[in-house]
Design a protein. Structure first.
Length: 329
């Protein structure tokens, strides 16, 4: 079977290779085999291939692809939560391959009628948005939450999940042409980032300042979010899109008691119970089925064209995600 891999860190579309490896054998106890159908290219994939993700470099060669959708083709002894033919989020990382094998723990059957490309993007970004909204601050109806990179997939999910819960969003983007679009999907306030952000947030919220700020950009953007947040508020940093160190003036932490936290989804899968993981994905997949959770897709590429897909995904100002597809014939 075909597998994407890279053997050195560098420009993703230059270091990528397509190789043939053996398909997984029969699954053992508690394990399943899955044919991968689709997997998006996320910013973390590009960062990892460049050698800029996590706290230490992973061993090479490595296969990229952290989330996706696939169909169960075989189940091992003792597996009763999914069956052959079910759509699932494949239970392994390194999904830019045709087939994977992994543990059945926490897997749920996804709604067969849901949009396959949206299901491919279920594992990371919707859960990230939902956990950041609920894990750090208890929000009440009418409370504001502010986020930057608000047109990202995480940002769009956060807008829709917050609205469904009665929380209002202040959405910060870096391109003015996105304002109307994000208002159109339910963003309550949409502002273009800039040095006077805090003043504009105070005006737009009528002084009902956000208790929670969600940052994907790092660098000086963190300071602008902190300034826009209520005293004793919490800034949750979950991305490093600018590539700059996280910057916050000590006056925000010392005199205004702003707390800065970091969020990473990966440890949650080990820390949460299988029931909690199952419930979270049942809740989120129902929202995908109903169309409440939806992010635009700009293009899909077959796995054989993975280098073209990576070149496309690295472009700024895209209108949607780039998705790699497999086993679609
Ligand atoms: N911590 C976690 O567990 C976790 C989990 C999932 C995702 N993430 C992170 O979430 C972030 C968004 O991921 P995604 O898949 O939702 O992204 P995406 O849909 O691919 O969109 C990328 C976003 O990044 C913005 N951007 C890129 N470079 C930027 C910069 N230098 N300054 C400001 N904005 C910049 C883009 O703005 P334009 O449209 O203007 O180019 C766009 O809004 C990424 O940082 C990703 O690593 C973290």
């Amino acid at each position: 079977m075909k597998v994407m891999q890279f053997s050195r860190f560098g420009v993703p579309h230059e270091v990528v290779e397509l190789v043939d490896v053996d398909a997984p054998g029969a699954p053992g106890r508690g394990r399943v085999n899955v044919d991968v159908l689709a997997s998006p290219i996320n910013p973390a994939d590009l960062l990892n291939m460049e050698g800029r993700y996590g706290t230490e470099l992973p061993p090479l060669p490595m296969t990229q692809g952290a989330e996706g959708v696939g169909r169960v083709t075989a189940v091992g002894e003792g597996v009763d939560n999914v069956a052959v033919g079910d759509l699932v989020t494949p239970p392994a990382r390194g999904l830019w391959r045709e087939k994977v094998q992994g543990p059945a723990r926490g897997l749920v059957a996804l709604p067969a009628a849901a949009d396959l490309m949206q299901l491919a993007m279920l594992r990371a970004n919707p859960a990230t948005a939902w956990l950041m909204l609920t894990k750090y601050v208890t929000l009440e109806a009418g409370d504001h939450v502010i986020q930057n990179a608000a047109n990202s997939a995480v940002g769009r999910h956060l807008i829709r999940l917050a609205r469904a819960s009665g929380w209002k969003t202040v959405n910060v983007v870096r391109r003015p042409e996105l304002v109307a679009e994000l208002e159109g999907i339910g963003g309550d306030i949409v502002l273009v980032d800039g040095p006077d952000l805090a003043k504009r947030v105070a005006e737009a919220t009528g002084g009902n300042l956000p208790k929670l700020a969600i940052d994907a950009v790092s660098g000086s953007a963190v300071q602008r979010l902190a300034q826009s947040t209520a005293d004793k508020g919490t800034v949750v940093n979950y991305g490093l899109l600018s590539g700059d160190p996280l910057m916050i003036d000590a006056r925000e932490t010392v005199f205004r008691d702003i707390t800065v936290r970091g969020f990473w989804l990966a440890p949650w899968f080990a820390e949460a119970t299988p029931q909690e993981i199952g419930e979270t994905y049942r809740f989120l997949s129902e929202k995908v089925l109903s169309g409440d959770l939806h992010v635009p897709v700009e293009a899909t590429y077959d796995l054989s064209k993975v280098a073209d897909a990576l070149r496309h995904a690295a472009k700024e100002g895209r209108s949607g995600k780039i998705i790699i597809t497999m086993n679609q014939d």
